[in-house]
Design a protein around this ligand. Structure first.
Ligand code: NI
Length: 259
């Protein structure tokens, strides 16, 4: 029913109970989980987890980890991109919120990921944190692009630019946060065309509002909460929201329709 398009299940937060977390997601109707990598080492792990637990993987180097990457790391990403469980390139992008890596280096890696996406035909998983102005010229120069802006938190004008370039937009638990400062994000989520909308948890981060204060770790099962919230926001049933977002994810990531 649901497709969690972004869950960092390789992270240590899941070391103690990873199998249970995945089993719980299946029970809640999460039919597919895509685990993006953040480093070459992380890429090795998500590919192994995908094989072991019947998950999907994406391989790439997160902008915050580009400063510590070496040339062998990139070679390994390129190699792993050919693995049958790998359905996307990422996560990649730009992040000036955290000052972990020089912006010029982040841009260089982002452009490498874009090239790899185009040469492999695999869509991009893009992270954009407070750096829309630096990102937009790169996206425009590479248009049209297949991929998704994950855990979208930017303004409506940026969403429209991304849609025009061909990208999808994915919402995580932060769209459910009840503070007024996120009202704009709900307005963006209401207006994304149905055929470009995706959902995700960004586990272990961004716990949906319903569980905040009670759970300090997000997990794929909770994507159902974000789906229910978006359904109400958009005036459709949760079944309809689930069907549409899952079909979008299957199309974007090149997966056959469920039989
Ligand atoms: Ni992520």
């Amino acid at each position: 029913m649901f497709f969690d398009t972004h869950a960092h299940l390789d992270q240590e937060e899941f070391d103690a109970d990873r199998a249970e977390v995945i089993a719980r997601a299946r029970e809640e109707g999460i039919e597919a989980i895509l685990c993006p990598a953040v480093t070459a080492a992380s890429a090795e792990v998500v590919v192994r987890l995908a094989e072991e637990y019947d998950l999907l993987a994406a391989v790439g180097i997160h902008p915050n980890y580009t400063a510590e990457a070496d040339p062998n790391d990139w070679d390994r990403i390129v190699e792993l991109a050919g693995h049958p469980r790998v359905v996307a390139i990422g996560e990649t992008g730009l992040d000036t919120y955290r000052d972990y890596s020089p912006l010029e280096l982040q841009k260089e890696y982002f452009e490498r990921h874009i090239k790899l996406s185009k040469s492999t035909g695999l869509p991009l998983i893009i992270h954009c944190r407070e750096t829309e102005e630096a990102m937009l010229p790169i996206l425009r120069a590479a248009a049209p692009l297949d991929g998704v802006l994950h855990a979208f938190s930017s303004a409506r004008a940026f969403a429209e630019e991304c849609l025009a370039i061909g990208l999808h937009v994915s919402f995580a638990g932060n769209v459910t946060y009840s503070n007024r400062k996120n009202d704009y994000l709900r307005e963006v989520a209401r207006q994304i065309p149905e055929d470009r909308l995706l959902i995700e948890t960004d586990s272990p981060y961004l716990v949906p509002q319903a569980f905040r204060g009670r759970k300090n770790r997000n997990e794929p099962a909770y994507v159902a909460r974000t789906a229910a919230f978006l359904a109400e926001l958009r005036g459709v049933s949760v079944e309809q929201l689930a069907a549409v977002t899952t079909a979008n994810a299957r199309r974007l990531f090149g997966l056959p329709e469920r039989v």
